[in-house]
Design a protein around this ligand. Structure first.
Ligand SMILES: C[S@@+](CC[C@H](N)C(=O)[O-])C[C@H]1O[C@@H](n2cnc3c(N)ncnc32)[C@H](O)[C@@H]1O
Length: 312
């Protein structure tokens, strides 16, 4: 068991300054951190919105919830930390008796703590059970997926979510070597299917990313959540999303674009029949990337992109 404490494996909040500047937390404000992690961004929001700003911090991972609770203790009742999915933010707000909020943050992907916590099975660098669930208390594990999906479905997952050109070969090799119990077993089979290492990146990287995304249904969850989270914002409230790979960024860009349009009918349609009304204004026509200094200090930040919209 590899217990995680904030002191032993800190998660550095990515694009911290930029995010706080865009959210511009104020003392009269209420905020939601949809993906609390170790509470880095959460504590920043509470600090800047002192003395009265309030924050609802949500995370699917019970370990992250524990860390964030501890970290936000100094803020007393201004901080509420909940173990749940951000998909349920509207219901949580209702339970709290909160109306609309002034800002929402989503910092997607896996945290450094999750990668370092061996028994979670996110990393091919450690020997561990194939799990990869953000919430290890519910849902199918990576082992369930890898051992049960058809060869075609596995290849599709690896191709779609890993953008892995050897997806078919990998899926074939996985199916003929089942069942899998551990990360190392899977990593070895993927490496042997790819057959070479293209430099610094481990050949298992893309497949592990793909399986993690599928286990947690990450892209569908984000896509489903964005429009409903926008509805929770006050006029002038801001929604900031940090993503870590092109698939997520593309999805967020498209979702924000759609919500910023008055009509979403197909372009070939001469008259609007959708009745869609723009609900946001895009504040970042191009995504914000980390500075070279940040990337140097925290290489994990290198692929991060921040997009922000403001509610109309
Ligand atoms: C990159 S970390 C966030 C780090 C955080 N901003 C910080 O400063 O420490 C992403 C977090 O999102 C959580 N997460 C992923 N999907 C989620 C969901 N649907 N609902 C709530 N939390 C989720 C993960 O468990 C993980 O802790």
């Amino acid at each position: 068991m590899n217990a995680v404490t904030e002191a032993s494996t800190p998660h550095r909040p990515v694009l911290y300054q930029e995010t706080i500047e865009y959210l511009a937390p104020k003392s009269s404000g209420r905020y939601i951190d949809c993906t609390a992690g170790a509470g880095g961004h959460s504590s920043g929001i509470l600090e800047v919105s002192s003395p009265n700003g309030q924050l609802l911090a949500i995370d699917l991972d019970p370990t992250a919830v524990g860390l964030t609770r501890e970290r936000l203790l100094p803020y007393g009742k201004r901080a509420i930390v909940v173990h749940d999915s951000y998909l349920n933010a509207a219901r949580i707000l209702q339970q709290l008796g909160w109306d609309l909020v002034d800002g929402i943050l989503m910092d997607l992907g896996v945290s450094s703590m999750q990668l370092d916590q061996e028994e979670r099975g996110f990393s091919f660098r450690h020997e561990a059970p194939l799990d990869m669930r953000f919430d290890p208390t519910s849902g199918p594990t990576a082992a369930d997926l890898v051992n049960k999906l058809s060869e075609k479905d596995l290849a599709d997952v690896i191709w779609r979510y890993g953008e892995e050109r050897f997806s078919r070969r990998i899926a074939q090799k996985i199916v003929s070597n089942r069942p899998f119990q551990t990360t190392s077993q899977l990593a070895d089979v993927v490496r042997s299917a790819v057959g070479h290492s293209s430099g610094r990146i481990d050949p298992a990287t893309r497949t592990f990313q793909a399986i993690r995304i599928a286990v947690n249904d990450e892209l569908k969850t984000v896509e489903q959540a964005i429009p409903s989270l926008i509805e929770l914002l006050k006029p002038g409230g801001r929604f900031a999303v940090i993503s870590f790979h092109s698939l997520e960024d593309r999805l967020i860009k498209q979702a924000f674009k759609r919500e910023s349009r008055d009509c979403v009918c197909p372009p070939e349609q001469p008259i609007c029949t959708c009745g869609h009304k723009a609900s946001v204004k895009i504040l970042t026509p191009r995504p914000i990337s980390p500075s070279l200094e940040e990337i140097e200090a925290n290489p994990r930040a290198r692929s991060a992109k921040l997009r922000v919209v403001e509610k109309k």
